[in-house]
Design a protein. Structure first.
Lengths: 1191, 333
């Protein structure tokens, strides 16, 4: 029983940060999933003046990158502070150079790492040990914790061990599986933390620090004569380290009763088959081994805790002497290596230290990117070991039909304690399901003696995202770090999930099913698909329904049904008596929402009170009589790859895909979002054709390219669906054509930005515009047909479109569509615009962040292509190197174009001199010129085809380079202002013809809104919880200082024409261009529907001046700077206090808020005056030509 | 020298000029300036029912939006331990004002329906208010709601608010009631020790360029005094409670008229916003001059001397007043 008062329900990140913050003086942080929360906790506690165990509040500083954080840590350590940091994945790799230095200088520190996959063929935010293994050579001690409790405990053990051994420690645990699992753990009280750490060692650490009062020198450069000896000089410290770690573990055990060893063996004492592994999988393996051992199998598991220094002696000593076969499981992949790292270590240890006949050692890989690792898989490994010749270098958890390395496993094998309650909840991100479940865990964990576990699975969409919560609770500690495979309780919080997913797939026989249903208990049966009906009948489920949205509506809860469904869960599950459960839910509501005011608390109370009367049990009929089943994930006409591969992922069945289904090099087709009809909008726009002025603004601002315009020949209307709308086009270049605005009803997210942007009002009813929102369900079928017809109409001839106005820009086909970005996203309209203007000749280098996630996260991706098969080609390298990545593309384009141009004249005999001349002198300044050149290139290809001349073959393969290409380097402010700034600066300085688009949300949006150097003064953000004190970095001004960089600061909500001008000018400028685009964001705490309005306010108050700095003007003797916005017409306060990010500081710290608001006003005025003076400067003509990039 | 002191809501005031809610009352310094200028009491700006509810819901909404939906970002804003929302700040401000000035300070609540928010009345009392002014305004737009229901809800609200507090309660009314004396009577019966006539509201204006509605507030003018003047004249001596005249008080003459018809005090805002706190002295000097001119020794002597029941021609406050104007008009050449 877990009734101790020190028990708490937290996740692995918080459990770790809790100790780290108490043991540090300086903490340098930088956000990266899944470690960001540790930094957030540290920042928050420091903001709240939470002291460390020595009574002083640790200093927390956010750096510009993990490399920067490591540098700051190194410096702080050298100056003598107890210093730490948190990171993961490629972030850890950025720390490697400093890690060598810190280890080489034998400096005590602990880094805490939530271990994560590395970006290779694709990026993954989930957990494995690839990052850990990439630093195993740095000279750091590496300690693996295997659960939330261990993460908490080892954070402290490491602190003492590093101080005593002088070896720096990296403490790591599995990303997401441990970092984000909520579990009931025992907190270490402060007095025990104090008792654990030796103050003399802290002072010794300080005594080794640099000080001018006792000067020393480190960081020398050493030559061949001594470097080697120096490298060997610290060997004894590493030799002693394992014993010192064990000493710290023993001291810890004495204080807390929790005993750990460098290697811990569990299972049969006389085991013959042993699995060796580390990380969260060890819990699964140990629990499985115990169950099998009880059944008489001679199996066991050796957990590795101290991985470096790897004490071979301790390892061998920990193995049962009876062992005959060992399987070493590595949660990593080293292509081309003789074996994975832990496997190699074990082989070495056995060969050097095992006495007698050496057991057979095999190795296998498991669990990459949080791939499930279940008891069934553990058993499969034991079973394999039982074979005379067990497979070596196997994989477990996937089906490898390419290299045939995988082991099969029994998916029905289970070791769950029968008395453990297992509950699965299907919800939407927006309905609050996860939050409610986190709350339920706290209630159960804190108000009963039960142990608890919560793990939450999210899809990768930022709008309409699905969440699946896995909750376990029971009387024994829950050591089951894998998803629930057999649930006693399944809740589906969204009725429409039933048509897409078999939510009862994992329901246990005799369990309970709770459904949020708009249909009454006596009607619901006829509205659920056959698979679900069969599931209920076959598994003999008790079936309950509630119309949670109705209750939510009545109680003012809107779309938040969390409290209602939570109340149902408690009422049905019986984990607490009803009265008590309700009292506890209310207590939790008060605790969670109380600080946000009474009204919210009262609203939630009302929802709880009204729930039970509306919760009904369904009398389940005896047969599954539905005439319909689950819908296919993608339509039948989808391409094969989409159906066979992406469709499986959409249907949440990606785990079943074999290795052969995956591209070998991470290459995927574009234009796949069109096949994933998500139907997430409650309302969609409806076009009033008679009111429409055909201005294009609605399509211009649409974040998802779901409202589009076309002009076309009236004859094409033959065969149009009856409700298809069209009017005479008002485009003077296209007389006699028809015009249509069409909405994609199943792709629209319902953000209503189009409605907000529409300037056309009904004169007799000004609330009615040319675009109005209406409920989607009634429109879905008909508009889907209209959409299909619309798509079938030909696109406009680009060569005929005068690209000068917003209106004309919007008859161009968007080649970025239906992304998973937030509904109402402020970034995507800019990207979409670029794709319309330049998409058919566009290279995109995309920095990691929101835009790389909605731009490139599986299953389906939004970058698409036109009818000719052309479209943007896209790639994401890293977060920090995006500018350089894009520059590299430019260099190749330039080089290869140059090569073709060099060779082409030599082929004039074959090609014809006229065509060669025309190809080499083509004017491609406009679409007509581009089209003409494309035609010439086709002629060229036709002439070269079949030639055996080597040069002719080269030119044929590179002929498309003769058509002008457009390189776009896209990313957010975290990239441009912080981590990628060095590269961005260099690329701007290079003079090369690249276009950098900064989608400036003024925070790290993708990782949850951490401050960047773009964050304005006075705004609250994570890592700036007290309101940012320093002003926003003026990136545009820095770039203008080069003189030859095109710079534009834009905000489409304030001036769409200026936005368009900036894109066209930037692309036309034959040199580096930088566009800084105001992107409203959910992290601003605004009504996303009003995002454009916020952009306008930012401009009107002077905080976001609009300008274009065009070096071409300077060449013509004109001032290059054009200011496109007017003097402030609004007070800064009017803008900032319409956003929660600023407003909440008023509620937190009114005095600081007032002070910062004044300073922000001053910042805006000063900058404005400065720009005005720049714009008024006299340029006297004869300016030097823009320097060209060095060849 | 006439005695300017007066009694209002059981409070002894040094003169009958009270500062009503204005930007001056939003800072301690502003209230001190009003005290120094000579007002006898000050009513702080209003805490609104919508504010109490809306701010809480708004903060919750934006802190919750997008949370627990995406693996990399389980929230988007740091959730501070404690928020001091406007209601909390109001109480803090009230307490600070009370410490800084000697004159009585009235808190002010603004709402239309009874509910959980009325407990803020008690909190205002606990923060040190000498009295509470309840500002009632309801804009009926639903044809299905009858006037009597609106009044009955408002009377319940007055009763509920009064039940929260021991300090005196004044109710500030709008002029839009069918049966003003009956309503006044009911409010007094429900616990109002005083009635403030009248509230002025934001009125919508039309932006002709954008075809949008834009509410704004115009400062009052002296001629707006007549409406409250008439109604206080009618109600004084009929309804047992104190009256405060609000709206249109700009001069000493205006204040004198207010007292003559039966008000205990006059409340001033627009004149101070227009001319600054120095205007207080001018108003009081002008008022004193009238007192002296008519040889009133005390304000109470003057108070109500011209209410409807005490004037020679009570009908002058009723329809006859209208007839007389028309009559005058007819006599013009």
């Amino acid at each position: 029983m877990a009734s101790d008062k020190e028990m708490t329900n937290i996740d692995g990140n918080e459990a770790t940060a809790y100790i780290a913050h108490r043991c540090a003086e300086v903490i340098a942080i930088y956000p990266i999933t899944p470690s960001s929360n540790m930094g957030e906790w540290a920042d928050e506690w420091t903001a709240k003046k939470q002291p460390n165990i020595w009574g002083t509040v640790p200093t927390v500083i956010e750096m510009q990158s993990e490399g920067g954080a490591a540098g700051a840590v190194h410096g702080a350590l050298q100056a003598g502070a107890l210093t730490t940091t948190f990171t993961a994945s490629q972030g850890l790799l950025l720390m490697i150079p400093n890690m060598y230095k810190i280890a080489g200088e034998l400096t005590s520190t602990v880094f805490h790492v939530s271990a994560r996959s590395l970006a290779a063929q694709g990026l993954s935010i989930f957990g494995d040990h690839q990052d850990v293994m990439a630093v195993r050579q740095t000279g750091w001690a590496l300690i693996s914790s295997h659960s939330v409790q261990e993460a908490h405990d080892f954070a402290l053990i490491c602190q003492q061990a590093t101080l005593e051994s002088r070896v720096p420690f990296m403490h790591y645990f599995d990303g997401f599986r441990t970092s984000h699992e909520v579990n009931k753990i025992k907190l270490i009280p402060d007095d025990q933390i104090r008792a654990m750490l030796t103050d003399d060692l802290v002072r010794a650490h300080r005594a080794r620090a640099m000080t001018p009062d006792l000067p020393i020198l480190r960081g020398t450069a050493q030559n061949p004569d001594v470097y080697f000896q120096g490298r060997e000089s610290s060997n004894l410290y590493y030799d002693k380290c394992p014993d010192l770690v064990q000493k710290a573990m023993d001291a810890f055990a004495k204080l807390t009763g929790r005993a750990y060893h460098l290697f811990d063996y569990e299972g049969a004492p006389d085991a013959e088959r042993v699995i060796v592994l580390m990380g969260s999988g060890a819990d699964t393996a140990c629990e499985t081994a115990k169950v099998l051992a009880q059944k008489g199998e001679k199996v066991g598991v050796l957990r590795v805790r101290l991985y470096r220094p790897f004490s071979m002696k301790h390892f061998v000593d920990a193995l049962p002497k009876t062992v005959k076969k060992i399987a070493v499981l590595d949660r990593t992949k080293e292509p081309g290596a003789p074996a994975e790292p832990l496997h190699l270590d074990v082989v070495t240890a056995m060969s050097e230290h095992w006495k007698g006949a050496a057991p057979k050692v095999v190795g296998g890989r498991y669990g990459l990117s949080s791939k499930e690792f279940t008891p069934g898989m553990v058993k499969a490994v034991f079973d394999e070991l039982a074979k005379p010749e067990p497979k070596n270098h196997f994989t477990i958890g996937i089906h490898d039909d390419v290299s045939h390395l995988s082991l099969p496993w029994d998916t029905s094998f289970s070791i769950e304690f029968p008395e453990t309650k297992r509950c699965v909840f299907w919800g939407l991100g927006a309905d609050g399901t996860v939050g409610a479940n986190k709350n339920s865990i706290k209630i159960i964990g804190e108000e009963t003696d039960n142990y608890t576990q919560g793990y939450f699975v999210y899809d990768s969409k930022k709008s309409g995202s699905i969440t699946v919560s896995h909750l376990r609770f029971g009387t024994k500690p829950i050591l089951a770090p894998y998803l629930i495979e057999s649930a006693n309780f399944v809740a589906c919080h969204q009725f429409n999930f039933l048509e897409k997913y078999d939510v009862l797939k994992n329901a246990a026989v005799g369990g309970t099913f709770l459904l949020n249903s708009l249909y009454a208990p006596d009607q619901v049966w006829n509205h659920i698909p056959k698979e679900i009906q069969k599931g209920i009948l076959d598994k003999k489920l008790k079936f309950y329904v509630i119309d949670a949205y109705e209750v939510a509506k009545k109680t003012g809860m809107g779309q938040r049904i969390n409290t209602i469904m939570q109340t149902c869960f408690f009422a049905i599950s019986g984990v607490l008596p009803r009265e008590e459960a309700i009292a506890q839910i209310k207590k939790a509501i008060k605790k969670t929402y109380g600080k946000r005011g009474d009204a919210v608390v009262q609203k939630n109370f009302d929802a709880v009170d009204q729930t039970l009367a509306n919760l009904k049990e369904v009398a389940v009929p005896s047969s599954a009589n539905a005439s319909f089943g689950l819908l296919p994930a993608v339509p039948a006409q989808a391409p094969k790859f989409v159906k066979d591969v992406l469709g499986k992922i959409i249907a949440l069945d990606g785990d079943s895909l074999p290795v052969s289904a995956m591209p070998i090099d991470g290459t995927f087709p574009t234009g796949t979002t069109q096949w994933e009809k998500r139907n997430i909008a409650l309302e969609i726009p409806v076009w009033e054709k008679d009111l429409c002025i055909q201005c294009g603004k609605c399509a211009f601002v649409c974040p998802h390219a779901t409202i589009r315009q076309k002009i076309y020949d009236p004859k094409l209307l033959a065969g149009a669906p009856a409700s298809y709308k069209s009017v005479d086009a008002k485009f003077k270049e296209f007389p006699g054509t028809k015009f249509t605005i069409q909405v994609a009803p199943e792709d629209c997210t319902g953000c209503a930005l189009c409605v907000e942007a529409c300037p056309a009002k009904d004169k007799t009813n000004v609330s009615r515009r040319a675009i109005n929102m209406a409920p989607q369900p009634a429109l879905r079928a008909e508009e889907a047909k209209n959409w299909e017809f619309f798509l079938g109409l030909p696109e406009v001839d680009r060569a005929q479109v005068p690209l000068k106005t917003v209106k004309s820009s919007q008859i161009l086909q968007p080649l970025f569509e239906f992304s998973g970005a937030c509904s109402g996203c402020g970034e995507t309209p800019y990207i979409k615009l670029a794709s319309q203007l330049f998409g058919d000749r566009m290279y995109v280098a995309n920095a990691t962040g929101c835009s790389s996630i909605y731009g490139g996260n599986l299953p389906t991706t939004p970058w698409s292509k036109n009818a000719q098969g052309r479209g943007p080609t896209w790639n994401n390298s890293l977060f920090e190197d995006n500018a350089e990545f894009g520059l590299g593309m430019r260099l190749t384009i330039d080089k290869q174009t140059e090569y073709v141009k060099e060779v082409l004249p030599k082929l004039s005999g074959l090609v014809g001199q006229d065509l060669v001349d025309a190809l080499l002198s083509a004017d491609m300044k406009d679409e007509a010129g581009l089209a003409a050149q494309r035609e010439r290139v086709e002629k060229l290809k036709a002439k070269l085809k079949g030639s055996n001349d080597a040069k002719a073959k080269d030119v044929l393969s590179l002929a498309d380079m003769l058509v002008k290409k457009s390189v776009w380097i896209v990313g957010g402010d975290g990239w441009a202002y912080d981590i990628g700034y060095g590269g961005l600066d260099h690329v701007l300085a290079s003079g090369r013809n690249v276009n950098l688009l900064v989608l400036d949300t003024e925070v790290y949006s993708n990782t949850g809104g951490q401050a960047s150097k773009s964050t304005p003064r006075g705004a609250v953000a994570k890592f700036a919880a007290q309101g940012k004190g320093m002003p926003k970095k003026d990136l545009g001004l820095i770039a203008m200082a080069y003189g030859y960089v095109y710079v534009a600061r834009i905000a489409m909500g304030a001036n769409d024409q200026q936005t368009l001008n900036a894109f066209l000018e930037a692309e036309a400028y034959d040199g580096p261009s930088l566009i800084i685009a105001y992107s409203h964001c959910i992290a601003h705490g605004i009504d996303m529907r009003k995002g454009l309005e916020q952009q306008k306010k930012a401009v009107q108050c002077g905080m976001w001046p609009l300008y274009r700095f065009n070096p071409s003007l300077a060449m013509a003797g004109k001032n290059p700077l054009t200011i496109d916005s007017k003097d402030a017409t609004m007070k800064v306060e009017e803008y900032i206090y319409s956003e929660t990010r600023y407003k909440m500081l008023q509620a937190q710290d009114p005095e600081r808020a007032a002070l910062l608001a004044k300073q922000v006003e001053h910042d805006a005025k000063t900058r404005w005056e400065y720009y005005k003076q720049m714009a008024a400067m006299h340029y006297d003509g004869g300016a030097a030509e823009t320097p060209k990039a060095d060849a | 020298m006439a005695d300017l002191s007066t009694q209002y809501l059981g409070l002894k005031l040094k003169n009958p000029l009270v500062a009503s809610p204005s930007p001056f009352t939003e800072t301690v310094d502003g209230v001190k300036r009003l005290e120094d200028a000579g007002v006898s009491a000050v009513t702080l700006y209003s805490l609104f029912e919508e504010q109490i509810i809306h701010e809480s819901e708004e903060l919750d909404h934006y802190l919750t939006a997008g949370t627990d939906s995406f693996a990399e970002a389980q929230s988007y804003l740091p959730d501070a331990g404690k928020y001091s929302l406007s209601p909390d700040k109001y109480l803090e401000h009230l307490a600070k004002v009370k410490k800084a000035v000697k004159i009585p300070v009235l808190g002010s609540l603004n709402g239309v329906s009874t509910g959980g928010w009325v407990k803020w009345a008690k909190k205002i009392e606990e923060a040190g208010a000498d009295a509470l002014e309840l500002n009632i305004y309801f804009m009926p737009t639903d044809p299905a709601i009858a006037g009597r229901n609106i009044v009955s809800d408002q009377v319940s609200l007055v009763r509920d608010v009064k039940a929260q507090i021991k300090i005196p309660l004044a109710v500030k009314l709008s002029p839009f009631y069918t049966a003003m004396p009956n309503v006044a009577q009911q409010f007094a019966g429900a616990g109002a020790a005083g009635l403030v006539l009248f509230n002025r509201f934001y009125q919508p204006d039309i932006n002709l360029e954008k075809l949008e509605v834009e509410p704004n507030l115009q400062l009052s003018r002296s001629d707006e005094l007549r409406l409250p003047l008439r109604w206080i004249a009618v109600l004084a001596d009929r309804v047992k409670c104190d009256f405060a005249l609000s709206t249109g008080l700009h001069t000493g003459d205006d204040l004198a008229k207010a007292i003559l018809v039966g008000a205990s005090v006059g409340q001033v805002t627009s004149a101070l916003l227009k001319h600054g706190p120095g205007r207080v002295k001018e108003i009081l000097d002008g008022f004193k001059a009238i007192l002296e001119q008519h040889e009133y020794k005390t304000v109470s002597e003057m108070k109500g001397a011209m209410c409807q029941k005490r004037v020679a021609a009570p009908a002058a406050y009723e329809r006859a007043n209208y007839m007389k104007v028309l009559g005058d008009f007819k006599t013009l050449p």
